[in-house]
Design a protein around this ligand. Sequence first.
Ligand SMILES: O=C(O)CCC(=O)C(=O)O
Ligand SMILES: [Fe+2]
Length: 209
Amino acid sequence: MAVHLQSSLFDQEDEVSTRPLRGIQRTDLGHGAWIDVLPQWLRGADTLFASLVRDVGWRAEQRVMYERVVAVPRLLAFFGRRDPLPHPALETARTELSRHYAAELGEPFTTAGLCLYRDGRDGVAWHGDTVGRGGTENTMVAILSLGAPRHLALRPREPGPAPVRRRLGHGDLIVMGGSCQRTWEHAVPKSARVTGARVSVQFRPDGVR
Ligand SMILES: O=C(O)CCC(=O)C(=O)O
Ligand SMILES: [Fe+2]
């Protein structure tokens, strides 16, 4: 697949590994929601990005909108708890996240959802991950971002707290936690300023979608 990785996204270590999660910074969003952010969590992000773009069986999806079938503007792949992940570094990343959040989350991260945003015309509209337990229970969704930087925008469902926006760069980690999936919504807005492709890897516990 012809996707473009900016040459300024330098992280050209061949070996892919994660840095300690110790320094992760929490922001309380209000309404019981929070985000944790750790820039440059991953070393060797170029290698992992290239490998995922090349090796993952990306699927185009369609959905019905205003009675018409339209293409979902991003490519997708999903790995359930028993599926081998498409790169060993993702297994390590999932294990590290499960260890770091064990006490607070009370269960491990198990599944991995992958999205490929081919350029700035791809994006995802406002939503919460509420298909499963995230609609009724506190949970966590951890996102590793690779490739061209994109914004993750967050807004509360009920008025009160101010919306927030985080620029997710190559190798960055963001974790949405607490009530975030049911009391807030998130989106990756389309943008004419985006210069290349981005891969997002979302780790979730069982039953959260
Ligand atoms: O691209 C991202 O990091 C967010 C993806 C997302 O919100 C989702 O797939 O549910
Ligand atoms: Fe989401």
